[in-house]
Design a protein around this ligand. Sequence first.
Ligand code: PLP
Length: 380
Amino acid sequence: PVYLDYNATTPVDPRVLEAMLPWFTEHFGNAASRTHLYGWTAEEAVATARKQVAKLLRANLKEVVFTSGATEANNLAIKGVFEKYSYKGTHIITLATEHKAVLDTCHHIEQLGGEVTYLMPDANGLITPKQVTDALRPDTILVSVMYANNEIGVIQPIREIAAVAHAGGALFHTDATQAVGKLPIDMVEEGIDLLSLSAHKLYGPKGIGALVVRQGVEITAQMDGGGHERGRRSGTLNVPGIVGLGKACELAQKEMSAETQRLGLLRDRLEKGILANISHTFVNGNTPQRLAHLTNICFEYVDGENLLLSLKDIAVSTGSACTSASVLPSYVLKILGLTDNQAYASLRFSLGRFSTEEEIDFALQHVVEVVERMRVGSAV
Ligand code: PLP
């Protein structure tokens, strides 16, 4: 099937794989071994990757904390800030349409006695800085708002939200998993204190990511041990993974703008084609403020639960892959105001580096045929 689920995960770019390979076998040293060449060599490779990650976000290399991915980075950011700053206050503000890695971490904070405000977005999935201002309290220590939504791709006004968070005396964290390598990000300009990212969303390997923590911001480690990563995350470093993440960031930096342009055209071709050829369809998160490689479309008057099963020749998703073990309709789409069936009957098409025009045309034709077939006999 044609792969149109790049938001769930991306293949490793062959150039990334090539950069990683020697670090499994030839250069297998422990980056924490300070007494011999094996260790120094690995440490140097990690330092290079740290620079590559930092450069993409305009951060400092000392600010990069390698983790097992964005789930861990979100846990470390939110729990780490909560634990460190609970003497100041225990209130956190976030968004109801965050990824579960943020929402469930916030629920954990509530179990620990913290208080969390979940802001409701508008019908397109966006929140305003004013909503954040109104929710801020003297005991608010953290505002955590995702950069771009994984299901609908809408991009929040990050710079403005960070500014109001700071004005209210709170730190600002963003889960930028779906934005890193897709949008230019400048942590300094945008006022981001903590940022989570994951390699497998930008053509790097699975199981590696980072939390970038601006200088002066403190977090309590959630993984105690040998004191790696300046005491912020213990555990022997995943050197091949880190090298892969670094290479992926370097490639993204060079290719992002051309790639965004190319994928934007392909996405528009698919989206316009669907809207023009299939009646009773609409885009979820219908705002120009969204990722260029993604469209989430609702097909009304089809049985949502059968739609995905009928689309055998393309790999797309409903809801988020991370919760696909459950058959519940997407909570993100429900928050936008969709009914259960509209949410089930919504498909996320996410394109990527290896998507071609032929694939898009094939996908369009397939979707048109399947939806027409499913609607035969219905009143539409
Ligand atoms: N946050 C967002 C917005 C995501 O899309 C994902 C990926 O599913 C995650 C967090 C989790 O990332 P990871 O798979 O690296 O734990």
